[in-house]
Design a protein around this ligand. Structure first.
Ligand SMILES: N[C@@H](CCC[C@H](N)C(=O)O)C(=O)O
Length: 253
């Protein structure tokens, strides 16, 4: 299946028995927008100990701890394909995610973002300073006057001591507009964990609700004392079969 949450798009692979050898090369082929299905990442649905596990991969084949929009699309998939909901829960590498399906909107929980201090990254010719935020996965949130003026076409250069496993870099203006360069996927139209990181910075580490406008739409983040909710639209747009051998064989070297 193919789905997206505010334009952050995913190939959803049902693999209840975990039988598929999901290599980085296979992930790259599936996410290839010309030679594959196309997506910012892959969500593999695996059944473990009677619970669903969201096995998330970035489009470059790397593994990430958490994906907020992916979790919302995953919940949509479990509701549509497994008849779960309107309240459901599943496992992720960053812990259990609770989900609530309400019509077009799906809200999921993730860890409360933790502010980790100042950091910087070079984006094109700009060096930006910002706040390092841990949402299960690493983020650097940089406040800028106008997000449209930042070049996100090339990978940010960052301090590997501060971010030993890489980082997702968000730029945000005071009105809650955000753009993102995702570790392992490049610039995307939305990033759910990134929106939670940005909301935590705009709320100055406190509790509350914050709307975040991303290029693919709007998500709403609610930071509670023990967790964080991410809400917004999540849809499945296609379903079908893929011939993995043919897809891999037809890729240029
Ligand atoms: N798009 C996601 C984040 C996916 C993982 C990220 N690229 C990473 O490597 O940490 C989201 O919606 O949170």
């Amino acid at each position: 299946m193919k789905g997206h949450g505010t334009g952050n798009d995913f190939v959803v692979l049902p693999d209840p028995d975990g039988a598929l050898d999901l290599t980085p090369d296979l992930v790259r082929a599936l996410c290839d927008r010309r030679f594959g299905i196309g997506g910012d990442g892959v969500l593999r649905a695996v059944r473990r100990d009677d619970r669903w596990f969201m096995d998330y991969r970035n489009s470059d084949g790397s593994i990430a701890e958490m994906c907020g929009n992916g979790a919302r699309v995953f919940a949509r998939y479990l509701a549509a394909a497994e008849g779960l909901g309107p309240k459901l829960s599943f496992d992720t590498r960053a812990g259990v995610s609770e989900a609530v399906v309400e019509g077009e909107t799906i809200a999921v929980t993730m860890r409360r973002p933790v502010l980790r201090g100042r950091g910087s990254a070079r984006l094109g010719h700009l060096t930006l300073t910002g706040e390092a935020v841990d949402v299960g996965n690493p983020h650097l949130v940089c406040r800028v006057p106008d997000v449209s003026l930042v070049d996100l076409s090339v990978a940010p250069v960052f301090d590997p001591e501060l971010f030993p496993h890489g980082v997702n870099v968000e730029v945000v203006s005071d009105d809650g507009r955000m753009r993102v360069y995702e570790r392992g996927s490049g610039e995307t139209l939305s990033c759910g964990t990134g929106a939670c990181a940005v909301a935590a910075v705009l709320l100055e580490g406190g509790l509350g609700t914050q709307a975040i406008d991303v290029p693919g739409g709007r998500v709403t983040v609610t930071v509670e004392s023990e967790r964080c909710w991410l809400a917004g639209p999540a849809v499945l747009v296609a379903s079908g079969d893929v011939s993995i051998d043919e897809m891999l064989a037809a890729r240029p070297l």
